[in-house]
Design a protein around this ligand. Structure first.
Ligand code: ADP
Ligand code: MG
Length: 399
């Protein structure tokens, strides 16, 4: 177990533990903030010299995730390592794991980074998911076209790897459109999913330690726009208590049967008839868990620090109802000007219970996650009312 900064009896600091993270995006940045609050030093591996986590870390190694010298340096510098994105090469995690504790494991990350493996894992542990079929070869295509009245349509075709924020997905209305849809994705390995009518989308963040103890954040209700998370509301307003309990139980089962150590987020679809289906999972903190920084006594990043360092896990408690709004680069272009315009932060911060998090990204591109705003309040209704005021100030769509 790593100890955060402490003083020896002679008053001298002991050498501080160093926690490393692969990936320097906003998730890495918030991990670094949480690690440093406990007195850890941090190291970030990310090739981008201008990465959000690199800006705030003690050490930033600017190299590719496959760079052997950089991985050796990372192993040398860190006492334990985690990751902030699933597309880090599994090999990098394996190399580091030869020298240092790594959580989550390469094997668990490999399952999460492949949609077909992920769905197979859900099914293997008895967690229902959307009807689907693999589309990886010409023979798969023939089989899917040959089956008359295939019940997967209307469908969504998703690339098996590297998709995020709705990227790498196309809608396929009818069976005869499938070949063209696959061609538009360059015929890479894909998963074809039945498109289901969603009553709500939920997610559950769980953390599991090496001893098998599992804790979780409350169930989050998520609204996506154009495949990108737009709003998260907790407590989830449209989720009956028994469905919430089912989601928590299933997320725990998924983590347990992976032998998972670390923070894991499972996304679910809730259908109109009350059916709960697992959608996908992320082997790391999740955008929908960001509210926990301001609304819970332990955030998802605190949990990641604890599972990485082998510190004790305790059940987080949400102390305030919360609404989180994602802030995309589009906000800077709302006025239609030729140059980006800074959104009215002062007016937003004048509202009670607003917590603005900006990730330090220089360039506000459309669709790029620039930050998030969490509104906390004494009641869910108040949090929603203030969030809607912020939405109006920022020119966002109401929810
Ligand atoms: P990503 O990795 O981009 O988050 P997801 O599979 O979660 O990919 O898809 C993004 C969003 O698209 C989901 O949150 C949901 O709103 C919608 N979506 C994805 N799959 C389906 C489906 N089978 N039926 C209905 N909506 C879906
Ligand atoms: Mg998703």
């Amino acid at each position: 177990m790593l100890q955060p900064s402490t003083l020896r009896p002679d008053g001298q600091p002991t050498p501080l533990g160093v926690l490393g993270v692969l990936g320097g995006g906003q998730l890495g940045r918030m991990f670094v903030h949480a690690a440093q609050a406990l007195g850890f030093r941090t190291a970030v591996l990310d090739p981008d010299p201008d990465s959000p986590a690199g800006h705030v870390s003690h050490l930033h190694l600017q190299a590719a995730y496959t760079d052997e010298a950089a991985l050796a340096e990372m192993a040398q510098a860190c006492d334990a390592v985690t990751t902030e994105f699933e597309n880090v090469p599994a090999q990098a995690l394996r190399v580091l794991a030869q020298h240092r504790p790594v959580a989550p494991s390469a094997q668990a990350v490999a399952v999460c980074q492949h949609r077909a493996l992920e769905k197979a894992h859900f099914t293997a542990c008895g967690v229902p998911c959307v009807p689907h079929a693999r589309l990886e070869t010409a023979a798969d295509l023939d089989a899917l076209l040959g089956a008359p009245g295939h019940d997967l349509f209307p469908a969504i075709l998703k690339t098996s790897t590297l998709g995020y924020d709705g990227k790498g997905q196309v809608r396929v209305e009818r069976q005869p459109d499938l070949a063209a849809a696959w061609a538009s994705l360059r015929e890479v390995p894909c998963l074809l999913e039945k498109r289901v009518a969603l009553a709500a989308e939920l997610s559950v963040v769980v953390a599991r330690d090496a001893a098998g103890q599992v804790v979780h954040l409350p169930v989050q209700q998520n609204l996506h726009r154009d495949g990108i998370l737009a709003v998260t509301v907790v407590p989830a307003p449209d989720v009956p208590a028994e469905v919430a309990a089912q989601a928590v139980q299933r997320a725990g089962t998924v983590a347990e049967s992976l032998g998972y150590v670390g923070v894991l987020c499972v996304e679910f679809f809730l259908l109109k008839d009350g059916t709960l289906l697992a959608n996908e999972m992320a082997p790391r903190p999740h955008n929908s868990g960001h509210y926990s920084i301001d609304a819970c006594d332990l955030s998802q990043f605190d949990l990641q620090v604890r599972t990485t360092a082998g510190l004790p896990l305790v059940m987080p408690r949400q102390h305030s109802p919360a609404v989180m709004l994602n802030l995309l680069g589009d906000l800077w272009w709302a006025a239609g000007d030729a140059l980006p315009v800074t959104p009215p932060w002062s007016e937003v911060l004048a509202l009670p219970g607003t917590h603005l998090h900006l990730y330090g990204k220089a360039e506000p591109r459309r669709g790029r996650k620039m930050g998030h705003l969490t509104v906390t309040a004494a009641t869910p209704a108040q949090a929603r009312a203030v969030a809607l005021q912020a939405v109006a100030l920022l020119g966002l769509q109401a929810f």
